[in-house]
Design a protein around this ligand. Structure first.
Ligand SMILES: Nc1nc2c(ncn2[C@@H]2O[C@@H]3COP(=O)(O)O[C@H]4[C@@H](O)[C@H](n5cnc6c(=O)[nH]c(N)nc65)O[C@@H]4COP(=O)(O)O[C@H]3[C@H]2O)c(=O)[nH]1
Length: 864
């Protein structure tokens, strides 16, 4: 195909002209030349033959004429009367008589000259143009006649010759006058009287001769005529040149040419036109052929490129080409088969699909073909096989039926793509997509899938599914103090511990961060989920050894159990989350099973959260103030700022109800700053009073706190020593060193720091040691219990003593009775705060309170 394409393409129009048109033209030209030459030559030859023939004819005509003259002469020389009268008697008169040899000779026979020459060349009779003349014949014809007479005298028959006379040439015959009656042998030639007849070779003669011998255009000339088409020389007996007779001989060759050339010319023109037509058509055909050759070449090129491309692709890819017979017996493999599989085709050829491919359920796509009578094109059949090393591999088959022109199915032909790596990559990708990279546990996506499957199965079974959500307690501290690497190691160890607690069919999942979830299968009783939860709490509680350090974390757990009424995975997960939230609220390291009312509470909480956000925006918060009374001076020493929320529907909401929410949502940061600034600004109205503001542990997580307080002081212009910041010990529990750093920063500003709710925590004394607080506030629970419990009174006493020894101001909260106030005074407490003196009130109310404050009376009442 390729060679043909090249040959055809190489045979250009120029080649066509060179190889065909030129030779054809040359042959034609040669043929025409040959034909023309033959024609011309034959025409010439014919002309030549005709000239020769006419020459012979002219010569003959002259000879005939000579013989005629001789014969005419002889008729007279043999006459007895001529002999008697002319030879013997010399009777001229007789001779000149008409009917003898007189004018009749001229008139009837046409001889212009008639002489009778007696012996001794004596002219005895002369007749010129029919007129008797006394002339000397030898003078009339000075050359030639004498010789002729001599010769003729010895000849019996007349002797003829051509003789010139003047400018004329004559056919002259001479004969001795001798009748038959006289024996010649008795007469001496010189004694004979010679009779001469001469006919002039003039135009008249020539015309006659022309007519008689069909010679046209006869002319006589005294010269040699070289350019005549046909001529004969006129010679005497002695071959002396006298002149030339010329004529135009017929030219049959020319006629022939004239006859043949026009049709031949036309024929040639037609032939030439035909040749041009043929050439043009041939050119057109050649052009078409060239065009198609180019197309063929282009196709061939495209085909070649496509072959190369196909080969490149085939070689570069892991595909191989195969062919089977109608029984699905493999009968052909391309070379890539061996490269990819390492198997020799010979070892496989002749095997059926069933024998070559495995029956692995993940790769038995070939069965579709084996089991089908429907021979259609197919693709994406996933088939498993073993390579030369016995390793299992997967390929993807595509093929089309091979059908004979008769319609008979002959087998399949197609490609096989080794997709082992692709399948493995997909499996890897799928594993990555479904598993947590750090712990290798199923991730949230797989958790959802498995949960769906588990719930679907549960619907038909009596056993239930428990969803257990776990959240690590204090994991953030591990991350913050030891870094994320340690956190990661902990999560990995934790994963193993969790896996150690569950059964084979359960699923342990890392949902993200320190959140985990477990799908516990086959839960007959909620108790089983509780048992597992306890087990989980125990294993997590055990210390983790990370980088040589023992770390303690806990886990809070929320459980939701799927039953006939609840099978929605999203909802179940949410319920488990709500339960988890509850567990965390309940003090961590514990579990809770979801109950419907939890959800209602959560909804409420959410509504509250929304309202609180709105409250901040709508200015629904306000600050109330509660006075702190200096026992020694019996004066109002300070006020505690306590935030209030004036809810449009609920009325005044206690901070106990919304501060925890504000802390969880982070709103406490902005609320706290607002309270701080409001209180600092407000206390400027009350000369010399200090203001105490509560700080949340959440605010302590922000290292900007010191700067915030500094700016508030700058903005309000309040002297730092008039500001007291109250913190609870929980601030110190979370991250003691960071909290201490902030506390030192605050102290450096010049503000006072008070430990609030003292005695309610675990290690208050330790904290008092590590940070120089300015004040200890004894929690109101101890004050309230003083009346009933001696123990509380003892604690209050010892705290007051502790404060005194550490040189800290002690303030007792929740003083509601004059007895409590008196007791505290007697024990040396510095300040008191409580409903007995005033509840927290608005700023104007507190101003009134201060105005009306009469320390003596108020204290007097107490003392009384
Ligand atoms: N039963 C009784 N209670 C008395 C008596 N005297 C005072 N109280 C109450 O005791 C609480 C004292 O505040 P706290 O211990 O700091 O406890 C505060 C404080 O921890 C927090 N809090 C209030 N305002 C703020 C604030 O602006 N920021 C922050 N972070 N927390 C605040 O909310 C807690 C509760 O505040 P309140 O409901 O205002 O409750 C106040 C106050 O009204 C009394 O004689 N008997």
């Amino acid at each position: 195909m390729h060679g043909l394409g090249n040959d055809v393409a190489n045979f250009s129009g120029r080649d066509f002209i060179r190889r065909i048109v030129y030779p054809m033209a040359a042959v034609m030209v040669v043929a025409i030349m040959v034909v023309t030459a033959v024609l011309v030559l034959s025409a010439r030859q014919q002309n030549k033959l005709e000239v020769e023939a006419s020459t012979r004819l002219a010569t003959t005509a002259l000879q005939v004429k000579a013989r005629e003259v001789g014969r005419d002469l002889r008729n007279y020389t043999i006459r007895q009367d001529v002999y008697e009268n002319v030879s013997r008697s010399g009777n001229i008169a007789w001779a000149a008589t008409d009917g003898n040899i007189g004018p009749n000779i001229y008139k009837d026979l046409g001889y212009e000259l008639v002489f009778a020459v007696a012996p001794g060349n004596r002219t005895i009779y002369g007749l010129i143009d029919g007129e008797p003349k006394d002339v000397d014949a030898l003078k009339v014809m000075p050359r030639g006649l004498r010789d002729l007479l001599n010769v003729a005298s010895i000849q019996a028959d007349p002797t003829t010759s051509l003789i010139k006379s003047g400018s004329d040439i004559y056919v002259v015959a001479a004969n001795g006058i001798l009748p038959p009656s006289i024996d010649r042998s008795n007469v001496k030639p010189r004694d004979l009287t010679m009779l001469v007849f001469a006919e002039r070779l003039d135009q008249k003669f020539l015309d006659r001769m022309g007519r008689d011998y069909l010679l046209s255009d006869l002319k006589i000339s005294l010269d040699r005529v070289d350019d005549a088409e046909a001529s004969i020389p006129l010679l005497t007996q002695d071959r002396v040149f006298l002149g030339t007779i010329s004529w135009s001989p017929p030219k049959p060759g020319e006629q022939l040419l004239r006859f043949i050339l026009p049709p031949l010319g036309i024929a040639l023109v037609v032939l030439a036109a035909f040749a041009v037509l043929v050439v043009r058509n041939a050119r057109r055909s050649t052009s078409a052929l060239e065009a198609s050759a180019k197309t063929v070449e282009a196709y061939a090129q495209t085909l070649k490129e496509s072959e190369i491309r196909f080969k490149d692709v085939a070689e570069a890819s892991s595909d191989w080409i195969w062919e089977s017979d109608e029984d699905l017996r493999l009968v052909y493999f391309s070379t890539r088969f061996s490269d990819v599989t390492g198997l020799s085709p010979e070892a496989i050829l002749g095997k059926t699909f069933e024998q070559f491919f495995s029956s692995d359920s993940d790769g038995d796509g070939w069965r579709q073909l084996a089991g089908s009578s429907d021979q259609r094109a197919f693709r994406d059949l996933r088939c498993a096989y073993r390579d030369a090393n016995g390793n299992g591999r997967i390929c993807r088959l595509a093929g089309r039926p091979i059908v004979a022109s008769s319609g008979k199915f002959l087998g399949f032909r197609g490609t096989a793509t080794d997709i082992t790596e692709e399948v493995e990559a997909q499996e890897r990708a799928s594993h990555l997509a479904h598993h947590d990279a750090l712990t290798g546990l199923p991730n949230r996506a797989l958790f959802r899938e498995r949960l769906n499957i588990a719930l679907a199965a549960t619907a038909e079974q009596t056993a239930r599914v428990a969803i257990i959500c776990l959240d690590l307690d204090h994991f953030k501290e591990v991350n913050d103090t030891l870094g994320h690497g340690a956190g990661d190691l902990l999560l990995q160890q934790l994963s193993n511990r969790l896996l150690g607690c569950v059964r084979k069919h359960d699923t342990v999942t890392r949902l993200g961060g320190d959140e985990f979830a477990i799908i516990q299968m086959g839960v007959a009783q909620p108790l089983e989920a509780e048992e597992l939860s306890r087990k989980l709490i125990d294993v997590v509680r055990a210390p983790f050894t990370i980088e040589g350090q023992d770390l303690h974390v806990g886990v809070s757990i929320g459980i939701a159990i799927a039953d006939a009424t609840e099978t929605d995975p999203e909802r179940l997960l949410k319920n488990a989350d709500i339960a988890l939230y509850r567990a965390k609220q309940s003090g961590r390291a514990t579990y809770r099973i979801f109950e419907a009312q939890m959800d209602a509470e959560l909804q409420q909480r959410k509504a509250l959260e929304y309202d609180l956000r709105q409250a901040v925006l709508k200015d629904e918060l306000e600050v109330h103030y509660q006075p702190l009374i200096d026992i020694g001076k019996r004066q109002v020493a300070a006020v505690e700022a306590l935030v209030r929320w004036r809810h449009p529907a609920r009325g005044l909401v206690s901070p106990a109800d919304f501060i925890p929410l504000a802390e969880e949502t982070g709103l406490i940061v902005s609320i706290g700053e607002w309270v701080l600034e409001t209180a600092c600004r407000q206390v400027l109205d009350w000369q010399n009073l200090r203001v105490a503001v509560n700080l949340s542990p959440v605010q302590f997580r922000n290292r900007e706190l010191v700067e915030t307080v500094r700016q508030v002081l700058v903005r309000t212009g309040l002297a730092p020593e008039r500001l007291e910041l109250e913190i609870t010990e929980s601030v110190l529990i979370n991250d003691a060193s960071a909290a201490l750093e902030i506390l030192n920063g605050l102290k450096n500003l010049g503000v006072k720091i008070a430990m609030d709710d003292f005695g309610t925590g675990y290690s208050s004394l330790g904290y008092l040691n590590s940070f120089p607080f300015d004040k200890i506030k004894i929690d109101k629970s101890f004050i309230g219990d003083m009346d009933s419990k001696d123990k509380s009174g003892a604690i209050v006493k010892s705290v007051i003593g502790l404060g005194q020894s550490l040189n800290m101001v002690t303030t007792a909260e929740g003083v509601e009775t004059p007895e409590q106030a008196e007791f505290l005074r007697q024990e040396g407490c510095d300040q008191v705060q409580g409903y007995y003196f005033s509840k927290p009130v608005t700023a104007p109310e507190l101003s009134t309170f201060i105005e009306r404050w009469d320390g003596a009376r108020a204290w007097g009442d107490v003392a009384a």
